[in-house]
Design a binder for this molecule. Structure first.
Ligand SMILES: NC(=O)C1=CN([C@@H]2O[C@H](COP(=O)(O)OP(=O)(O)OC[C@H]3O[C@@H](n4cnc5c(N)ncnc54)[C@H](O)[C@@H]3O)[C@@H](O)[C@H]2O)C=CC1
Ligand SMILES: O=C(O)C(=O)COP(=O)(O)O
Length: 544
């Protein structure tokens, strides 16, 4: 049974989806302190949040059960993404469900601001009839600057065009052709855009780049009396600079739905008469909440029950069918990683190269490489590594992982070959899949072989002389060590040269027996490698 924790106000429609799913139990708790969220996460496989719950590195650390965070909404700035990735937790969001509602709220704020709706309504409630005091400005014919032309920014543009406004925009990721098609005058430099605006609205995510993108210097370049709208994230427009500019008369007014701290700890801005504010209501419509809640429920259950990855912000998308299809390759590459990590020359890994040949080359090799990397790092990291964090973990350890692919079929319909560059050499191993699921080690260094890639493997290099295998077999027999499978390989397939043997054992030989094998004059090296048994669950994939 997977437990999904919900700590923010989620539409009942999403809850219904989860409650009707066998294998999922829902734990709804609201108004928790950060410490209480941390405790509740210990019992959760996944969590659904909105903007109120902040998932800090402290909360995400040491949560071995937690696999997935779903943000029922767009902005993921309340989730510490590097920390989630480092902990191997997938983070997903629901990108489109609240676009229309947020765009409508933005337009409503712009209109209300320009016609003084809020103060006029308040004055009427107070029994006054102040017609002169609340003379406004018309939107038609005015220029609206939009910073961030993604889903919401473009939706605002379309609506504002309907109000006969001219749209100028800034978004480094929008093509000039697309902007022209949409009737938007696109600027490549935000400083060229700001002087043109009567109104300016921001619709970017909050990132290190966008924090304070509208600041004192840019406000100063704008037309006197410009109106600023922020229905994206607090801090994209610097709050202090905005308050200063309003007080100085440079900015005529501001409409704010979002704040750097929610609720605002400093009320300087919201108390200014020129400021219209709402308590983060952009996405708060019945329609948007139902859409994002149902999608969040589908995303989290799809991941927990079927390994489906959609709308993840820290992992590439993979359908449930594709994940099932590549499962065997994920297993094979992880085992190659585990095997190479135990190679006697594995100390000081600088880089690793993984090569895909044949049918596997057409699959999601990025994920298969991540699985190899997780195998390579597993022993060193107390198993706290998985497909989500493997790339980051390798990078942090200065290990560069590269991959190459060729769809050409060689000796095997699929071959995955991995080489690690270490201080002592370049150990290589290659594996394939026989039938649908039988994993085989077909190359070790320069030796070709056909060995089972599971369980206890005794690998010894030796000179190809008669009687040696018999000698080792007899010794194992005398000590009760059972050989389950055996594979031999010879360099250049020549008699009397260097050879390798891989023995899959049912039980481990003692150090004394290994020392005795090592002492044989024709044996050049002996390694005992431990891999998971055949068909063992894959730690990240086989949940439950
Ligand atoms: N007030 C509310 O309740 C809501 C607020 N939001 C906020 O709105 C933001 C935007 O949402 P969507 O449009 O759905 O996201 P989106 O991802 O579709 O669009 C964001 C756009 O910002 C652009 N961008 C990124 N960095 C930029 C930069 N430095 N300068 C200019 N443009 C930049 C991107 O290229 C992209 O086109 C969200 O990240 C969220 O913070 C979203 C929903 C509701
Ligand atoms: O989707 C977003 O980014 C939002 O800001 C909406 O936030 P909320 O889910 O209403 O707390």
């Amino acid at each position: 049974m997977f437990r999904v924790l919900i700590t923010d106000n989620l539409s009942p429609a999403g809850m219904e989806v989860l409650k009707n799913l066998p294998g999922i139990e829902v734990d709804v708790r609201q108004g928790l302190s950060p410490e209480e969220v941390r405790e509740a996460l210990k019992e959760a496989d996944g969590i659904i949040i909105r903007s109120a719950t902040k998932l800090t590195p402290e909360l995400l650390k040491d949560q071995p059960r937690l696999k997935v965070v779903v943000r029922a909404g767009v902005g993921v700035d309340n989730i510490n993404l590097p920390a989630a990735t480092r902990e191997g937790i997938v983070v997903m969001n629901t990108p489109a469900g609240n676009t229309t509602s947020t765009a409508e709220h933005t337009v409503a704020m712009m209109m209300a601001l320009s016609r003084n709706i809020a103060p006029a309504a308040a004055s009427m409630s107070a029994g006054r009839w102040d017609r002169k005091l609340y003379t406004g400005t018309q939107l038609s014919g005015k220029t609206l600057g939009i910073v961030g032309l993604g889903r919401i920014g473009l939706s605002v543009a379309k609506r504002a065009q309907g109000l006969e406004m001219k749209i100028v925009g800034f978004d480094p990721f929008l093509s000039a052709e697309r902007a022209a098609e949409l009737g938007i005058e696109l600027h490549r430099d935000i400083d060229d855009l700001v002087p043109l605006c009567d109104y300016l609205t921001v619709h970017t995510p909050l990132t290190d780049e966008t924090r304070g993108i509208i600041n004192a210097a840019r406000l100063a370049k704008m037309r006197k009396g410009v109106r600023i709208i922020n229905c994206a994230r607090g801090g994209i427009v610097d709050e202090n600079d905005l308050a200063d500019a309003i007080e100085a008369g440079q900015v005529g007014g501001a409409a704010l739905d979002v704040f750097t701290s929610e609720p605002p700890t400093d009320d300087r801005l919201v108390k200014l008469p020129q400021v219209l504010s709402t308590p983060h209501l952009g996405a708060s419509t019945e329609e948007a909440q139902e859409l994002v809640a149902v999608e969040a429920a589908e995303l989290i259950s799809g991941f927990l029950l079927r390994n489906e990855i959609r709308h993840a912000v820290n992992l590439a998308p993979v359908s449930a069918a594709e994940m099932a299809e590549i499962r065997t390759y994920l297993d094979l590459s992880r085992r190659l990683g585990l095997l190479l990590a135990q190679h006697p020359k594995a100390g000081g890994i600088k880089s690793a190269r993984i090569m895909y040949r044949g049918e596997v080359a057409a699959k999601n090799t990025k994920l298969i490489t991540a699985s190899f990397t997780s195998g390579l790092l597993e022993a060193a990291m107390d198993d706290n590594v998985n497909i989500v964090n493997a790339e980051l973990m390798a990078k942090e350890r200065g290990i560069e992982i590269t991959e190459s692919s060729s769809s050409e079929i060689g000796d095997f319909s699929t071959l995955i070959q991995a080489t690690i560059d270490t201080d002592n050499g370049q150990p290589t191993a290659a594996g394939t899949v026989f039938g649908k699921q039988f994993l085989r080690l077909v190359r070790l260094g320069t030796f070709s072989l056909d060995a089972y890639l599971d369980g206890l493997m005794l690998i010894f290099r030796h000179r190809d002389v008669p009687g040696l295998i018999g000698y080792i077999g007899t010794m194992f027999g005398e000590h009760g060590v059972n050989i389950a499978h055996m594979s031999l390989g010879r360099e250049h397939d020549e008699q009397g040269g260097n050879a390798i043997a891989v023995l899959n054992l049912d039980n481990a030989p003692t150090q004394e027996i290994i020392a005795e094998i090592c002492a044989h004059p024709d044996v050049t090296s002996v390694e005992l490698v431990k891999l998971p048994p055949a068909g063992a669950p894959l730690p990240w994939l086989d949940r439950g």
